[in-house]
Ligand binder design. Structure first.
Ligand SMILES: *Cc1c(COP(=O)(O)O)cnc(C)c1O
Length: 368
């Protein structure tokens, strides 16, 4: 916190807007739109997962369809595919962005088309840990096969690719304001839409699909996915400090990089080239070279825990998850390798330089 979150919540109470719509929702959406700086329309929802669900719903994903999804991500990227009774097709990452491999994406589309006679209905690309995916190649492949792209930017608010904000490059973009993300509304998300029609349809579906009649009349199945005006008040306050929060995440990453610069065996995940500008939601490291006996991400994590420092494993690839055991997957070992060697370090914008230095020194002691 740090902006005027409490002020906007109190305003909601004082004016009676304790409901899932109201001035805070409108203003929060507007400030997100301005921040993304495009002609896009932003609809605030109860979670990022709900946003992915409503994107797939509007792209017509249904029973029997296949949806390509990056395997190296949080399960919430793919769960909504199953809500729609469709099948995820998992695609591995490339080593430098850790995101969707264009080569494997091309192969997955071609092979699934040949096998099922139909193209996948959508592609979900993720900007993991804030790092933009290689969007020029991915947008090109999606366009060539005429498959709409859903951009999961849940971790990437503030990240840019080629000067464009993550979340604005696909048919739909997804944001999350869960407690652990770059900004929080305690829980919440948003769908970034290209057109006003998509935005209206998103609101319609998110508010129980009520038709415009004086009584309750429903012709389609709806959802209760709109963001509360109380939560949006927190979001409004957070938007006032968003640039500062992103700048701090980047500073923390730069500090870790400096501290680890001369440590053999530790690699810090970095922007892989010009055009990539991660928000560094989390600073991630991988253990490189031959790992000495007894050293693994899990042993490192446990040592840090003993010192009162919480580190976390990288996302376990979805093609390895028991819940998705039967889903087709196009893999080359990249995400499995990252999972076997990587760790997320404490990266919250509230941490001080001293905190980061203490974490880095502990990591170096253990690795050495
Ligand atoms: C957090 C997250 C989501 C889901 O967002 P919620 O708001 O928690 O539902 C989806 N995808 C990724 C990559 C995430 O990190």
């Amino acid at each position: 916190m740090g902006g005027r979150e409490r002020h906007f919540i109190e305003e909601a109470f004082d004016t009676g807007w304790v409901v899932p719509l109201g001035p805070n929702v409108d203003r929060f959406e507007k400030s997100l739109q301005e921040y993304l700086d495009t002609g896009h329309r932003v609809v605030a929802l109860s979670s990022g997962t709900a946003a992915i669900h409503l994107a797939l719903k509007q792209l017509g994903v249904g029973r029997g369809d296949e949806v390509v999804c990056q395997s190296f991500t949080f399960a919430a990227s793919a769960f909504p595919i199953t809500y729609q009774c469709a099948t995820p097709v998992f695609v591995d990452s490339e080593p430098d962005t850790w995101n969707l491999s264009p080569a494997l994406l091309e192969r997955a589309i071609t092979e699934r088309k040949a096998r099922t006679g139909r193209a996948p209905k959508a592609i979900i690309v993720v900007h993991l840990y804030g790092m933009p995916a290689r969007m020029d190649a991915i947008v090109d492949i999606a366009a060539r096969h005429r498959i709409p792209l859903v951009e999961d930017a849940a971790e990437a608010l503030g990240s840019e690719y080629g000067g464009r904000k993550c979340g604005t490059m696909g048919e739909f973009g997804v944001l999350s304001f869960n407690g652990n993300k770059v900004i929080t509304t305690s829980g919440g998300g948003a769908l970034v839409c290209r057109t006003a029609e998509q935005a209206l349809q998103t609101i319609f579906l998110a508010t129980q699909a009520r038709e415009n009649r004086p009584y309750y009349h429903h012709e389609t199945v709806g959802y209760n996915y709109r963001l509360s005006n109380i939560s949006a008040g927190i979001g409004r306050g957070q938007m006032e400090i968003l640039p500062r929060l992103v700048a701090r995440r980047r500073e923390i990453h730069a500090l870790y990089r400096r501290l680890f610069a001369s440590t053999r065996g530790i690699r810090v995940m970095e922007n892989p080239g010009p055009g990539f500008d991660s928000n560094f939601w989390l600073t991630c490291i991988t253990l490189s070279g031959d790992l000495p006996a007894g050293l693994s991400p899990e042993s490192l994590r446990r040592h840090l825990e003993g010192a009162g420092i919480e580190a976390r494993h990288l996302w376990k690839p979805l093609h390895l998850q028991p819940v998705f055991a039967t889903a087709p997957a196009f893999t080359d070992g990249t995400s499995e390798g990252l999972f076997a060697r990587g760790l997320c370090l404490p990266s919250g914008a509230g941490l001080t330089d001293d905190d980061i230095t203490r974490v880095a020194h502990r990591v170096m002691e253990i690795v050495k």
